[in-house]
Design a protein. Structure first.
Length: 77
């Protein structure tokens, strides 16, 4: 039996090797605001692997694309 993957901010942060806890996500977003002209995947705080995952998730419209967009909006708020 296969379990269906859930794509939300919590699972995205876990995929990126970070805590998926709501408080940790909120703290990260608060501590890493992005200027409107900075692309999400180009932000200096990502590791190369994290940036690549985010870039490819959007480029290939993967199952992660919607939640990556959500993170993008929250970091640019």
């Amino acid at each position: 039996m296969m379990t269906e993957q859930i794509y939300n901010l919590s699972t995205l942060f876990e995929q990126l090797g970070m805590s998926g806890e709501d408080d940790a996500i909120d703290a990260f977003i608060e501590q890493h605001p992005l200027d409107k002209d900075v692309l999400l995947a180009e932000a200096e705080f990502w590791t190369p692997a994290q940036a690549n995952f985010l870039r490819e998730g959007l480029m290939y419209d993967s199952n992660w694309a919607e939640v990556i967009d959500e993170l993008n909006v929250r970091l640019h708020a």
